[in-house]
Unconditional design. Structure first.
Length: 151
């Protein structure tokens, strides 16, 4: 009988350790995930986006994806405001691309074809660029001057 009690205590301790490790791993993963994902709000519309800051990630962009959900996207955050050209290399789907400066939309390239080889180079400076599914700028009536909040 005494051996069974000791055995049960060991099992309980092991379960507690496994649960603690799982819980800690979940918290760490959640922190990393949320650090790289943001909500972008323009008017009443919200987009769940992946945040990219490094030149390597920015060069890849959405090029490795076959699609994204309707209200998903990618936000490119740059160290300083400058002219940031974009192109559709290796893209599998069409996009709307929005240039943002100091929390306002300053330029929109609508319905950019994934087959386009054109470099889109607006003659404005921006500190962020948002890529969303093609047609959403019109669907949600997004326009130059709209406020952009990032959470």
């Amino acid at each position: 009988m005494q051996k069974d009690k000791v055995k049960n205590k060991n099992i309980g301790g092991k379960i507690a350790i496994i649960f603690s490790a799982f819980f800690l791993t979940s918290i760490i993963f959640g922190f990393i995930y949320l650090k790289n994902h943001k909500i972008v709000q323009i008017g009443d519309q919200k987009f769940f986006v992946e945040l990219v800051r490094t030149p390597e990630k920015q060069a890849q962009g959405l090029g490795s994806r076959t699609k994204i959900r309707e209200n998903e996207g990618m936000i490119f955050e740059f160290e300083k405001s400058a002219k940031h050209p974009f192109w559709m290399k290796d893209m599998e789907f069409d996009l709307d691309i929005l240039w943002i400066k100091e929390g306002k939309i300053v330029y929109i390239a609508k319905n950019v074809s994934h087959e386009s080889l054109e470099i889109i180079n607006p003659q404005i400076t921006a500190d962020k660029v948002l890529e969303i599914n093609s047609g959403l700028s019109d669907k949600y009536n997004l326009k130059i001057g709209d406020s952009v909040k990032i959470y």
